[in-house]
Design a protein around this ligand. Structure first.
Ligand SMILES: [Zn+2]
Length: 156
């Protein structure tokens, strides 16, 4: 079961949404951080996180549902970089994708699509050489629309 329900963000009620398709091995998850926070990200160090929207991109070759469940739960042993900030944030929406190209390329495409920056170098990117798999947009909006549409990615 994915966490469900409604919560209030900047006075607006929002609903969580997660779209998955069989065979997809990439995923993107959007979260809102409602207040500025200083958070220790494991051994990576302590960072200031500005309030706003964060998008995390990863891949799961198998057991996608278990992976997403793990990311969305807050009660767990902290392992990945994203685990350290997850409990401070509200889940907004998630989308899975076919692995046409790799997760680093999905990060690039999503960053361009939502005009996001990468606030922490190499966040979630221990296994690759890119600038990080966490994106940041310094504002909120109601509802979804934070993630690259699956159809758009398919055509890239
Ligand atoms: Zn990467």
């Amino acid at each position: 079961m994915y966490p469900t329900g409604k919560y209030i963000s900047d006075g607006k009620i929002q609903t969580e949404k997660l779209l998955t398709s069989p065979g997809d091995t990439l995923y993107a998850l959007a979260f809102h951080l409602l207040y500025d926070e200083t958070i220790q990200v494991g051994k990576k160090g302590t960072f200031s996180f500005e309030r706003g929207t964060y998008i995390y991109i990863g891949s799961a070759k198998k057991n996608m549902e278990a992976r997403l469940n793990r990311h969305l739960s807050v009660d767990k042993k902290l392992r990945w970089h994203i685990d350290y900030i997850r409990e401070k944030m509200h889940f907004i929406e998630g989308q899975t994708y076919l692995e046409r190209r790799g997760e680093c390329q999905l990060v690039e495409a999503t960053a361009t699509y939502v005009q996001a920056t990468r606030p922490i170098s190499q966040f979630g990117a221990s296994d690759c050489k890119c600038k990080g798999h966490l994106l940041f947009v310094p504002y909120f909006s109601t509802g979804e629309g934070w993630l690259l549409p699956r159809e758009k990615w398919k055509r890239m």
